[in-house]
Design a protein around this ligand. Structure first.
Ligand code: ATP
Length: 370
């Protein structure tokens, strides 16, 4: 992305909207933005214009909403959105989620939630016999409908006959497009694909999911694929994680299994995700998976690695996958050294000290002399 101004080509800045959110969200986001600026200082082809939008719990308490009424129109002008974490005990979780995160995911048709589950070199897994080559899968979680569609009723509220009806929406179009996306990813990465469902018990949504999976797989017979029940998938992820490649799952099943994956890959301090709008009609959104972690907020203890990986995923989406790899390499260089480490990894270092080390690793490998 360059503009010709006569003599030399100057990169046009990518416009990044940053939503730091609450708790440790702003702490890890500040460090992620530092990393982003490091990348642009190391690559003459890249520059970023970062705009911070204060849409968080404070904003809600002052204005009664999580973002302005034209929030999506404002975000639409950006090339990507970077989110820290949302969550504050003064605002009901479901309000913050629905009014901000779900509003963006659904409003921008970000129907793919991509979540790598990969054990980095130097990170610790609770599975003693497994190594980095065993724990390396990527989840494609349906992100726009399914169990999180938000449709339902409460009947006879407050009485002893009270009934909650929570409706899952599985549309043919919604299921087919996410399974197709996963097959394309598996084909491009030459990996096997697992489809997760519960067709034996969910006799409507599960059966439709499996039916569509069988239809779509006919177009991808070169990709080894299998269908696993969600309970069996949880078991196999622990016993034989090496079996998994690209994993496609509904909103709820993907949510649960990716947290299991985060535990296998070293903890929430490493888990990153991308909410992708594959048509590119709207910007995609990148975020660390962890929440606002109020127990450690303001204490300079947050592990920033997940937010760095989210920056890496954003670089891939903008067309620079080499930079994702370089960021991951720098994280691994730091993890392989005994320090610095944040307290969640058994160390005593601060968020900023870890960031400094990752930036140093990037600069020493990709700085001017290379
Ligand atoms: P919510 O998801 O509702 O915002 P939360 O922030 O309490 O809630 P999680 O993100 O699941 O929940 O985090 C659980 C705990 O894990 C946190 O309270 C914190 O102790 C720890 N934790 C999460 N993220 C990090 C991080 N980046 N660095 C260090 N510890 C973390």
């Amino acid at each position: 992305m360059t503009v010709d101004i006569g003599e030399k080509l100057t990169p046009l800045p990518y416009r990044i909207a940053v939503l730091p959110g609450d708790g440790i969200g702003p702490e890890v986001t500040n460090e992620a933005v530092r990393l982003l600026h490091t990348v642009s200082s190391l690559d003459p082809a890249l520059s970023f214009e970062v705009e911070t939008l204060p849409w968080n719990a404070e904003y809600y308490l002052e204005r009664g909403r999580m973002m302005p009424p034209d929030g999506l129109e404002i975000l639409r002008e950006f090339d990507a959105v970077f989110l820290g974490a949302v969550g504050d005990k003064r605002v009901p979780d479901h309000v913050a989620l629905r009014q901000l995160i779900f509003a963006i995911r659904q409003g921008f048709d970000q129907y793919v939630n991509l979540r790598p589950v990969r054990l980095l070199r130097g990170a610790e897994t609770p599975l003693n016999s497994k190594t980095t080559s065993d724990i390396d899968m990527i989840f494609v979680r349906e992100n726009s409908e399914g169990e999180y569609s938000g449709v339902g009723t409460i009947d006879f509220a407050g009485t002893e006959n009270e009934v909650a009806n929570q409706t899952s929406i599985f549309s043919r179009r919604g299921v087919e497009r996410v399974i197709r996306f996963a097959f394309e990813l598996a084909r491009s990465q030459q990996r096997p694909l697992q489809s997760i469902s519960k067709g034996n018990a969910l006799n409507y949504s599960g059966v439709l999911w499996d039916t569509i999976f069988d239809e779509v797989r006919q177009n991808y017979l070169d990709v080894p694929s299998e269908n696993l029940l969600v309970d069996a998938a949880a078991y196999h992820m622990v016993k034989t994680p090496e079996r998994f490649g690209v994993v496609v799952a509904s909103n709820l099943f993907g949510d649960i299994l990716t947290d299991l994956g985060a535990a296998l890959a070293g903890g929430l301090g490493f888990a990153a995700s991308a909410n992708l709008c594959p048509s590119r009609e709207f910007p995609s959104m990148f975020e660390p998976v962890h929440g606002s972690a109020p127990d450690i907020a303001g204490r300079h203890m947050a592990n920033p690695m997940a937010s760095f990986w989210a920056v890496g995923m954003m670089m891939t989406d903008l067309g620079y996958p080499d930079w994702e790899q370089r960021i991951l390499d720098a994280i691994e260089v730091v993890l392989e050294a005994p320090t610095p480490r944040t307290p969640d990894l058994g160390g005593t270092s601060t968020t900023t000290q870890v960031t400094d080390a990752v930036i140093r690793a990037l600069e020493s490998r990709w700085g001017a002399s290379h």
